[in-house]
Design a protein. Sequence first.
Length: 204
Amino acid sequence: MGDKAHWEKIYTSKAPDQVSWYQVQPQLSLDLIRRTGVDKPAQIIDVGGGASALVDHLLADGFEHVSVLDISSTALAVAKSRLGPQANDVTWIDANITQAQLPPAHYDVWHDRAVFHFLTDPEDRRKYVEVATRAIKPGGHVIIASFATDGPMQCSGLDVMRYSPTALHHEFGEDFELIESHDETHNTPFGTQQKFVYCYCRKL
Ligand SMILES: C[S@@+](CC[C@H](N)C(=O)[O-])C[C@H]1O[C@@H](n2cnc3c(N)ncnc32)[C@H](O)[C@@H]1O
């Protein structure tokens, strides 16, 4: 999975727009979050949000309770610094998602782009799903993006899992209903392409 030291090194040695997962605008994530129809006071968490600009866009949309969780405090510091005083409107959680202590039945929207696929150990995936199942409200929305079956086999020097929509949903189990899935070809800052799959599920 790569430990905290690995991710701290990445974020201290590379500019935020010089990592393969960099997006100027996380359009599909935004579209899916907007289409959940949640109200502005909804509790939204970006799991492994890193230095992503998703939080900037959610704040610009008027969402009032946005949390960003990441194992790298350096990544969170980059996002905080970019946001300036608006960073005070965000809940920042410096934690490993497989061990995070999150409030129960709290989140209306759980978003994860390119984090779950780093969990190559089934026990870590089990712990992630346990944390998510406990923290997401009944009826809550889950938007999770991983490498697709024809996506890369490694990222950031680490092995990754690759998923079909069915297999990704299967990891979450019968507490979650798969509503829809989308393919995306991500153009990296280096001119290469990566195939992603986005699953939108609801917690029953
Ligand atoms: C490929 S990056 C994706 C960042 C962001 N979601 C995006 O789309 O730009 C993976 C992120 O997951 C974080 N991460 C990796 N393992 C994690 C874990 N076990 N718990 C929390 N964050 C983790 C990394 O620090 C990194 O910010």
